[in-house]
Design a protein around this ligand. Structure first.
Ligand code: NAD
Ligand code: MLT
Length: 551
């Protein structure tokens, strides 16, 4: 009895805070292990004040888990953030990772519900069901006004052929639709398996009668569909967004609807949720639901159960299956390996931000040189883990739900060939890790991007190569990477522009192949740089390109 009682006491030393509604089944599961507080009305300030007292925070999309909240949590007990759903765009994963807080999600729990909701929106839009319903209930009998269109034989363009996109495609085919899709990370083989034609972004936009969006919301997909894209679409196109608000530029959608270019839109998600005063809500051609894609009993139960299990595993220091940002390695290996894993994550994230938008990644080649490349000896035994760490942080830039367990499988699904090579031979460093991607970019053809890093001392990660250029940059915070022609009056003006904007330069490195040739400049800056400032830097004579990356 005494043993039982003390087991019970240890179980309840953990505290979990739930700030969005999740199913009772998940709450029950959590309560078997921890004390659970459910607080659905907390303000940002209240959450910031209380979070440090909890080991875990569980949210859906309603709670914005910002940098400040994560920092407040990590100054206390917070170890894990659970997202009872797939999208982690409401969580600052970069800060959580930096603070060693695991983020776990339930990527598959609501896929079917989201796909079914998309189909419901597609049919409601084509047959004007919501407006017809309202009209009849208000006493009218308007049969002509609610004339619809068939979906049979129409072209459905899917942007983002991941979990939800694929399920939508299957169902749309069952409705007799012709499905085309754009997804730069999906292999032709995977598309063939689904019986779907993969096309370029512009082709999909220009031939589809209906366009349905299924990408995650990232820096690259923010306003993926704006004025220019609407122009490319067929007159009378209908657009469905059950993915994330922010993928469509709502202002541009409004203009396209008013001009008649877009005949209708079905929106489950909004740039701001709840949307408040939003012109789109008052338009007859627009049908809306309040982020209901995952709102089914089945999906909510599954998401709550998965997230409860994941959070419990994480709090027991076990490997959570759906960890978005953390690795678990046996205790005895961890010490020596950890700095390399940190370096690998930085290299993967850097590379992801340097590759051009809308390109297909064909190969991800990692090479280990020197001590780290000594095959089957010491650390060399663990290069696969380091490769996975790099791949995970690279892929996480483009899709949600990648973790140490599934990174290779996801790369395979996307048609990315991952290779590893090792050699003991090395010059200049004791160990060097390089990663190169072979890319296929729309309108440009084949390209290659390479970054390499090493450790100074035992655990000081450095970026030492970008493409062919030798640099020495500390991979942290914000970095500006500019390629330019090595001539006078380039570096000075760039520094002046930053200085005039009050942006402090914490470090600067220039790498060049030969005097007067192409060169690269890496600036560590103490804060973000606005689009406007980036444009100004791009305007400096002899600058070819500038990228702002966050590591
Ligand atoms: P997923 O990661 O399985 O699929 C996303 C796909 O988008 C991937 O195949 C990726 O390669 C592709 N992609 C990334 N960038 C792209 C780009 N620029 N152009 C084209 N394709 C790109 O994600 P999922 O589980 O299928 O979820 C898809 C979206 O739906 C996410 O935004 C998710 O948050 C959202 N979602 C919403 C609800 C809801 O309640 N409305 C429910 C579930 C999922
Ligand atoms: C998700 O990302 O899983 C969806 O937005 C569903 C949700 O959490 O409501």
């Amino acid at each position: 009895m005494r043993a039982e009682a003390s087991k019970e006491e240890t179980k309840k030393t953990k505290r979990v805070l739930v700030t969005d509604h999740i199913s009772e089944e998940g709450i029950r599961k959590l309560k078997e292990f921890a004390e659970v507080d459910i607080e659905l009305e907390l303000s940002k300030e209240e959450l910031k004040r209380c979070i440090a007292g909890y080991d875990a925070l569980i949210v859906r999309s309603g709670t914005k888990v910002t940098k400040e909240i994560i920092e407040a949590g990590s100054d206390g007990k917070l170890k894990v953030i659970g997202r009872a759903g797939v999208g982690v765009d409401n969580i600052d994963v970069v800060t959580a990772t930096e603070r060693g807080i695991m983020v776990v999600n339930a990527p598959e729990a609501n896929t079917i519900s989201a796909a079914e909701h998309t189909i419901a929106m597609l049919l409601s839009l084509s047959r004007k069901i919501p407006t017809a319903n309202m009209s009849l209930k208000s006493g009218k009998w308007e049969r002509k006004k609610h004339m619809g269109v068939e979906v049979n034989d129409k072209v459905l363009g899917i942007i983002g052929l991941g979990r939800v996109g694929s399920e939508v495609a299957k169902r749309a085919k069952g409705l007799g639709m012709k499905v085309v899709a754009y997804d730069p990370f999906i292999s032709a083989e995977r598309a063939r398996e689904l019986g779907i034609v993969l096309s370029s972004f512009t082709e999909v936009l220009s031939i589809a009668d209906f366009i349905s969006l299924h990408t995650p919301l990232t820096k690259d997909t923010h306003h993926l569909i704006g004025g220019k894209e609407f122009e490319l679409m067929k007159d009378g196109v209908r657009v469905i967004n059950c993915a994330r608000g922010g993928i469509i530029d709502e202002g541009a959608l409004e203009v396209a609807l008013k001009s008649g270019k877009v005949a209708g839109a079905a929106l489950d998600v909004f740039e701001h949720e709840p949307p408040g005063e939003n012109e789109l809500l008052g338009m007859e051609e627009v049908i809306v639901t309040p982020h209901l894609g995952a709102s089914t009993e089945e999906a909510q139960k599954a998401a709550a159960m998965v997230i409860a299990e994941e959070v419990i595993e994480a709090l027991k220091n076990k490997t959570a299956r759906n960890a978005v940002n953390m690795i678990y390695v046996e205790e005895e290996l961890l010490g020596a390996l950890k700095p390399y894993l940190v370096l690998a994550e930085k290299l993967g994230r850097l590379l992801a931000q340097l590759i051009p938008k809308s390109c297909r990644v064909e190969q991800f080649s990692v090479s280990y040189e020197g001590e780290i490349g000594a095959s089957e000896a010491g650390l060399g035994k663990n290069t696969r883990l380091i490769t996975v760490a790099m791949l995970k942080s690279f892929l996480s830039w483009f899709t949600d739900g990648v973790n140490y367990v599934n990174a290779e499988a996801i790369a395979k699904k996307f048609g990315i060939k991952v290779t590893e090579s090792r050699t003991e031979d090395i010059e200049n460093f004791s160990s060097l890790i390089s990663v190169a991607t072979s890319l296929w970019a729309e309108g440009k053809g084949k390209e290659r991007k390479t970054v390499a890093g090493t450790l100074f001392g035992k655990n000081d990660p450095r970026i030492v190569k970008i493409d062919e250029y030798r640099v020495d940059a500390s991979p942290s915070g914000y970095m500006l990477i500019c390629s330019f022609l090595d001539k006078p009056r380039v570096i000075g003006p760039v520094c002046m522009i930053l200085g005039d904007r009050g942006i402090n330069i914490a470090g600067m490195q220039v790498g060049r192949e030969k005097v007067g040739g192409e060169a690269v400049m890496v600036l560590n800056v103490d804060g973000s740089v606005s689009e406007e400032t980036m444009e100004e830097i791009k305007g400096v004579e002899n600058i070819f390109d500038v990228k702002l990356v966050r590591l």
